[in-house]
Design a protein around this ligand. Structure first.
Ligand SMILES: Nc1ncnc2c1ncn2[C@@H]1O[C@H](COP(=O)(O)OP(=O)(O)OP(=O)(O)O)[C@@H](O)[C@H]1O
Ligand SMILES: [Mg+2]
Length: 459
């Protein structure tokens, strides 16, 4: 659907100019010569943007703006002010106008301003859709998991993705830090630009320095060609400084300077190159402990940690395990290998295991099981040796169940362990209050007495 713009101005020349630009951009337009006409157009149908003059024959554009913000909060307003009336412009912005432009203006300036606003509206609408997606069953984008701690992560991603400030992503190994960084990049306004991950831990200090900052020809032995650093190569995109906790201290100062001055100096060069990229950093290290020990610079920590996103270890959101298992079976070619589900015993084992390697370990576990399993259900014996270790005595045979059966059973087990306390069970499962109430309803367990619960678990 094309953007609809209402131009409210009593001067025919300005109106004409605006219409030419707006129609040239493919937007649907309407005009109003007075405030009252503008308001009735707004009442009649959908308008996305109002471009309004301040001096109108029947009133003041500022009052018009106020009414629009009150009655049509979704409509953005661009204000056109006369020369020398900057105070009106400031007031308009304070009252919620998107921006102002001073008359007479250049056609190009007006076009750019409108395009910027339309782009922002598009992103806002998209984020609204994403927010809806967060609430659906599977998860969010590439993420699987609807537990409360993961919902918190998704909300933070949506909050920071359109900003330009650094974000520090924390979490144990395999919890999905890189996935978070990619999501921030691809949901934000930089998504068309490049995403450049740099592993600060994988290389020797000299190599990382030239990887990050670049070098000139002959800067050191072996530097037969000049090379641009990744901080500059990323252009206006996103750089992920992965394993930032491993960056040698001497390079930490150089990185800090680059971030502060927004320019990088290649090794062996006196000239700085501008750096425009947004920086994200990730680590599984405890940086505050590293600061105490003197192995990480506190000032760099503050610079990177404008906002931090902490990923929960898998053992703290076990309720997401059944969904993740199912997802990995599909994604890793289980269906092609004739495997469509998993046995109750295999899931019970996966639910009771601590997953020190988190989601990545679970992914490897399913990969392993698919290559060994014969289908149609993954069995306990197909799981890797690490999960075979702590056998629990279970009398039931290893028979297949549907995902619903397994979930229902997990909920019953949790309720039983929590002595019938629904919130306690939610906590055990790593799911939120609303989710457990919804699930109990779904499985017809919402008004079952505690004693019955035990009977149901055993049946
Ligand atoms: N919630 C999730 N849903 C689906 N896949 C996930 C989820 N979390 C992680 N993964 C997958 O698990 C693997 C590990 O994730 P990722 O590489 O982002 O972890 P990491 O925290 O960066 O690990 P490390 O500290 O070892 O670098 C990836 O293949 C990723 O796609
Ligand atoms: Mg990683």
């Amino acid at each position: 659907m094309s953007t609809r713009v209402l131009v409210a101005d009593d001067e025919p020349i300005t109106r004409q100019l605006c219409l030419e630009v707006l129609e040239g951009l493919g937007y649907a337009t309407q005009v109003a010569e007075t405030c009252s006409r503008a308001l009735s157009v707004l009442e009649e149908g959908r308008v996305d943007i109002v471009v309004s003059d301040v001096q109108m024959p029947d009133g003041n554009g500022i009052d018009l703006l106020r009414t629009i913000k009150e009655n049509h909060p979704g409509v953005d307003v661009l204000v056109m002010t006369g020369y020398g009336t900057i105070s009106e412009a400031v007031e308009a912005v304070k009252l919620g106008a998107y921006d102002y432009i001073t008359k007479p203006f250049k056609v190009d300036d007006f076009r750019r301003l409108v395009e910027r606003l339309v782009e922002r509206q598009r992103l806002t609408a998209e984020n609204r859709l994403l927010r809806e997606e967060v609430k659906t069953q599977r998860g969010f984008g590439e993420f699987v998991g609807t537990s409360a701690p993961m919902q918190k992560v998704y909300e933070l991603i949506l909050k920071v993705c359109d900003k330009r400030h650094p974000v520090l992503i924390l979490g144990e190994s395999g919890t999905g830090k890189e996935l978070v960084a990619r999501a921030i990049h691809s949901y934000g306004s930089l998504r068309e630009k490049s995403f450049v991950p740099v592993d600060c831990g994988a290389l020797t200090p000299n190599l990382i320095e030239s990887e990050l900052f670049g070098h000139v020809r002959g800067a050191f032995t072996g530097a037969s060609q000049a090379r641009a650093g990744l901080l500059a190569v990323a252009g206006g995109g996103t750089v992920l400084l992965d394993e930032i906790g491993e960056l040698p201290v001497e390079l930490q100062s150089k990185l800090l300077r680059a971030l502060q001055e927004r320019e990088v100096r290649p090794v062996g060069s006196n000239d700085a190159v501008p750096m425009q990229a947004r920086t994200l950093a990730a680590t599984n290290r405890d940086l505050e402990a590293a600061i105490e020990k003197g192995t990480f610079r506190e000032d760099l920590y503050f610079r990177l940690n404008v906002v931090s996103i902490q990923l929960p270890p898998l053992r703290e959101h076990k309720g997401d395990i059944p969904g993740l298992v199912q997802y990995f079976i599909y994604r890793l070619g289980g269906v092609e290998a004739g495997i469509t589900g998993f046995s109750r015993e295999a899931l019970d084992r996966m639910m009771s295991y601590a997953w020190p390697g988190n989601v990545r370990e679970l992914q490897n576990c399913i990969q392993h099981a698919i290559s060994l399993g014969t289908g149609p259900f993954l069995q306990l014996k197909d799981l890797p040796a690490t999960l075979q270790g702590h056998l629990k005595s279970k009398s039931q045979p290893d028979d297949p169940h549907t995902l619903e059966d397994l979930e229902r059973r997990a909920i019953l087990n949790a309720l039983q362990s929590a002595g019938g306390d629904r919130l306690g069970a939610a906590k055990l499962l790593g799911i939120g209050k609303t989710t457990i109430y919804r699930k109990l309803k779904e499985y017809g367990l919402d008004d079952v007495a505690t004693a019955d619960l035990f009977r149901k678990t055993l049946s």
